[in-house]
Design a protein around this ligand. Structure first.
Ligand SMILES: C[S@@+](CC[C@H](N)C(=O)[O-])C[C@H]1O[C@@H](n2cnc3c(N)ncnc32)[C@H](O)[C@@H]1O
Length: 296
């Protein structure tokens, strides 16, 4: 049984608060309850986790305790930790996230890495487009880590673009990324047709019938439009592959993230569409997760 909700408000020691929260979260089935409790307390007090353990007797002000109790209840109700703390690390970046955007996943760091490698291998000023930018994680990584690139970021969601713009501003690269709203590459001005050197995307790729069985943390909190592609799960990926053929430059490369069961299929379909060179990149679990397709 959980302790009464008011109890944490009477606890001044961080260790007592942590013990209460870890118990509350464990009881609700949250994975790694102690770690979640530490991260929430750190967020609500502005103190590091080390500091919390090093100075357990340092009193936690009542306002912070109230905020912490409320945050623990949100987490216990299944809200993702990153929406409560409002941040998520991605490569070297600390990005702000909320319900308007997908929480960037570790596997997408591989996609960003491939985009950076492709851009770095190109002479001059490579034009890089992040399609379905969400929080902006890929576009901002490219803008920060590849100073020679001209970066575009598109999304169909105006809400997502707002978050991406704010994240770019926080990283000091707002002026280096052109944000465009619209459907995949159609969001871009027509003059860019045939000039794109790197088209990189982590599009929605879940099947409609998979949606009800997703973990509630994902299903009930992250944007549907960021998750679900259609009946086969590959609708958005295939549309982007077809579109990109006429937008890529002769040296251009298309990089698309997909599920481990999708990427080999996409590679075979890319050859049929007219891409010249195609390969699949594996993640750390040796699963194919990124399609790379070149025009020539
Ligand atoms: C899986 S999320 C990826 C977000 C971010 N790039 C990341 O990796 O964390 C897919 C994104 O694509 C956007 N999206 C969905 N359909 C789109 C479309 N037809 N055109 C442009 N963006 C789309 C969603 O709004 C969402 O932000």
């Amino acid at each position: 049984m959980s302790k009464p909700f008011t109890e944490p408000l009477e606890m001044e020691s961080s260790l007592h608060l942590l013990a209460w929260a870890a118990g509350r979260l464990a009881e609700s089935g949250v994975y790694k309850p102690r770690l979640n409790a530490e991260l929430l307390l750190s967020h609500c007090t502005g103190r590091s986790r080390v500091d919390i353990y090093a100075y357990p007797e340092r009193p936690i002000p009542r306002e912070a305790r109230e905020g912490f109790a409320a945050a623990v209840e949100r987490r216990a109700a299944g809200e993702p930790l990153q929406y409560i703390t409002g941040s998520k690390g991605f490569r070297h970046l600390d990005l702000q996230v909320d319900r308007r955007v997908l929480i960037p996943r570790p596997e997408t760091e591989l996609l960003a890495q491939r985009a950076l490698e492709a851009a770095a291998a190109m002479e001059g000023r490579p034009v890089v487009v992040d399609v379905g930018t969400g929080s902006g994680c890929v576009a901002i990584s490219v803008a920060v880590e590849c100073r020679s690139a001209a970066v575009f970021a598109t999304d169909i969601s105006a809400d997502a673009l707002e978050v991406a713009r704010a994240n770019a501003a926080r990283q000091g690269v707002e002026e280096r990324i052109a944000f465009r709203r619209g459907d995949l590459l159609e969001a871009l001005e027509g003059e860019l047709r045939g000039l794109l050197d790197v088209v990189v995307s982590n599009p929605p790729y879940i099947r409609e019938d998979e949606f009800p069985g997703l973990p509630p943390e994902v299903r009930d909190h992250e944007p549907y439009i960021a998750l679900v592609a259609g009946p086969t799960g590959m609708e958005v990926q295939l549309r982007l592959m077809r579109q990109a053929l006429s937008w890529l430059s002769p040296r251009g490369v298309l990089l698309i993230e997909g599920g481990a069961d999708q990427v080999e299929k996409l590679a075979a379909l890319a050859l049929g569409m007219g891409y010249g060179k195609v390969c699949a990149h594996e993640d750390l679990n040796r699963l194919p997760r990124v399609l790379e397709a070149r025009r020539g």
